[in-house]
Design a protein around this ligand. Structure first.
Ligand code: MN
Length: 324
């Protein structure tokens, strides 16, 4: 268990003191954001049937299988406790009235860059926010017991943020998952929600596998034109599904996708990924930025695309030399 006993006691005290509780999470939600938000909502609803528990924010079409958001009005905040899950900084909170409540609680697993809230349960060593919500339920000594409905949502959040238990799961990750699967939930069905693709997407993946350039330097690149998107019936958003392909190819350390835009400014959107050298410097040099292993940039010409590929080759070669 990661969360301290004192924080759990404080958390339950806050919950007991408010009749209206509004739960927020980050913009452009992923399954962990929604899983932790709605998982906590259904837990509190079942433990405190007389309280009003509201989920704030906008949900995307792709996550509607997890549940729905509530309509939250300004006056709802007046006497409310507000909880924000899975959100490192206040700029990224979906729903700008999150600071209009009586008290604010943060529950998050990202690096601590913005310490906000009257109570902060921030544990970067947790692999998902859903893992932390599960812990709260287990540590609550019966005040907020787990339910089947919550287990589905929290399991989905854990599965999504760990890439189906592939990315650095910890003993706590498995421990929480173990408790969740003691409930009658269809884990296969939940996992399938993340791996299923349409026929168009499957065909487009085939195109990507055939057309990715693999360079000896350990760099891979793929150009996705508007023509190709049209031909395969794929939206620009869906082109994301081929981005990770080179990560499973032996000898590849950095890779890039160039996605052609409608207009000329920029001509290409650039998605950069790495499992070795930091690539955010290259992204910054090309009108972008991001994380060391995942960044975005822009390219205005074929020439700039080649520049980016050459820069990747250079840092990748350097990285391979120093990490033999
Ligand atoms: Mn998360």
């Amino acid at each position: 268990m990661l969360i301290t006993k004192e924080e759990i006691i404080q958390f339950i005290e806050y919950i007991e003191n408010y009749d209206t509780i509004i739960i927020h999470r980050h913009v452009r939600p992923d399954p962990d954001a929604v899983g932790s938000q709605l998982g906590l909502k259904v837990l509190l609803e079942s433990a405190f049937p007389n309280k009003r528990i509201l989920a704030a924010g906008t949900i995307t079409e792709g996550l509607s299988w997890m549940g729905r958001m509530d309509e939250v009005k300004s006056e709802d905040y007046e006497e409310a406790l507000v909880i924000v899950t899975d959100t490192a900084n206040q700029d990224r909170i979906d729903g700008k009235q999150y600071d209009q409540g009586q008290k604010l609680i943060k529950i998050d697993h990202h690096l601590i860059v913005d310490a906000y809230g009257d109570l902060q349960m921030a544990y970067p060593e947790a692999t998902s926010a859903s893992q932390l919500i599960t812990e709260i339920a287990l540590q609550s000594e019966g005040h907020i017991p787990l339910t089947v409905e919550a287990s589905k949502l929290l399991y989905a959040g854990i599965v999504a943020d760990t890439g189906r238990f592939l990315y650095n799961p910890t003993p706590e990750t498995f421990e929480m998952a173990m408790h969740l699967v003691t409930y009658p939930i269809d884990t296969r069905k939940i996992t399938d929600q993340f791996s299923e693709k349409s026929v168009e997407e499957a065909r487009f993946e085939g195109y990507a596998y055939q057309n990715i350039q693999f360079y000896d330097e350990g760099v891979a690149s793929l150009v996705i034109t508007r023509d190709i998107m049209r031909q395969y019936g794929i939206t620009e958003e869906a082109t994301n599904i081929v981005l990770t392909i080179p990560s499973n190819v032996t000898g590849m350390y950095t890779w890039v996708n160039f996605i052609e835009q409608e207009g000329d400014n920029p001509k290409y959107r650039v998605r950069l990924r790495s499992k070795g050298p930091a690539i955010n410097g290259i992204a910054e040099a090309h009108d972008g930025g991001g994380h060391a292993m995942a960044s975005g940039a822009k390219a205005d010409s074929e020439e700039e695309m080649n520049e980016i590929i050459n820069e990747l080759k250079q840092i990748t070669q350097e990285y391979r030399q120093t990490n033999k």
